[in-house]
Design a protein around this ligand. Sequence first.
Ligand code: FAD
Length: 361
Amino acid sequence: GGTPPGATDVVIIGAGQAGLSVAWHLRRLGLGPGVGFVVLDRGPDSGGAWQFRWESLRLDDAHKVDDLPGMREMGLSFATADAARPARDVVRDYYERYEQWFGLNVLRPVRVTSVREEGTGLLVATDKGDIAARVVVNASGTWARPFRPYFPGASDFRGVQVSTPEYRAAEDFAGARVLVVGGGTSAVGFLRELEGIAASTVWATRRPVEFVDDPQGGVRAVRRADEAARAGLPLPSIISGTGLPATEGNLAARDRGLLVSRPMFTEIEPDGVRWPDGSFEPVDAIVWATGFRAELTHLAPMRLREPGGGVRVEDGRAVREPRLFLAGFGPQASTIGANRAGRSIARQVVARLRADEGEVR
Ligand code: FAD
C-alpha cells in the first residue's frame, strides 16, 4: 500500500527479482531516509511475474530461482523451499517477507504509464499521480508482452489459442488435440503435463531440439544477449543458446515419443496446421510458448529505440539516457542475472546521483 511521493531521488519500476535486487543494494549503499527511493509495482501482491505463473509450475530442476541478496541472513533460501508448493506461492511469500525485512518501500498497486524528461530530471507518471525523480531504474520484466509469431490463417483458426501467460492448467485441454509451439522450458513443461490429459500433443519448434548438459551454454547465451543489447539489436532468447536440460524426466519423455519436435508449420487453417510439404495436422488448440519481449511501452517518450529495432544497454545503463537504467534486461533476464544487475546498477545509480549534485553546485 501507500501513496507515491510527489518527488524522490530514485524510482524503481517493478518489484520482481531485478527491482528488489537493485532496491536491496541501494539500501546497502545508504539510500533511505534523506536520499530516497521507491519501488512501484502494478501487481496486487509480491512475487513479480511469478505470482501469475500457472498453478502446476514448481521450483525444480527446470525452474530454479536464485536467492536474492541478503536472503540467507533471513534464514530463507529457494533451494530449500517446499518443492510441493506451487512456485507462484513460494516466490510470492519469500519476496513479501524480503520486502518487509529490509524495508524496501514497495508501493502497490501502482501502474507506471510513462516516463519522460522534465527539467533536469525525469517525470514518472502513474495511475496514482506523478513522481519527479532524478534517476529511474526500469525493472518491468517481460510477462505482459508474450511474443506470438505471425502465421497466415491464425485469425481463422476455430480452436483455442493461448500464450504462456494465459495458460492455466492441463485440465483446460482435456480430450483436445493440442499443438504446443516453442523450444523452451515452458513448452516442455506444458507437453509433459498435457500427456494423458489431452487427447494428443504435437510439438513444433523453429530449431531442432537438443537435450544437453552444458554448463557453458548459459554463459554463451548471456554473452550473445549482451552483444545484442550493446548494439541496440533485438534480443535473442536465452534458451536458444542453452538448449534444454537433459534431465531424466525429459530424456524419458523424449524416448517415449512425447518430446519429439517437428519443424515449424507454415500455415494455420480453421481446423489445424499445415507444413510446407503439404502434410496437415488437425488440432483443437494451440499453445504458444514462443517467448517474450521486454515491456518498455511506458518508456516510449524517451525515444530509446535504435534503427536496429532494439534499445542500447550497456551494463544495465541506457546508452542514450544517463538517468535511466534497465534492470533484468537482455543478458540480465534470469534470476541470477537480475541479482548481479542489482549490485552493478545500484553502484552506477549512486555515482549518477553524486555527479548530478556536482553539476548543480
Ligand atoms: P518480473 O518478475 O516480471 O517483474 C517485473 C515487475 O514489474 C512485475 O511485478 C510487474 O507487475 C511490474 N511492472 C511491469 N510494468 C510495470 C508498470 N508499467 N508499472 C508498474 N509495475 C510494472 N528465471 C530463472 O532464473 N529461473 C527460472 O526457473 C525461470 N523460470 C521462468 C519461467 C517462466 C514461465 C518465465 C516466463 C520466465 C522464467 N524465468 C526464470 C525468467 C524469469 O522471469 C526472470 O529470471 C525473473 O524472474 C524476472 O525478474 P524481473 O524482475 O526482471 O521481472
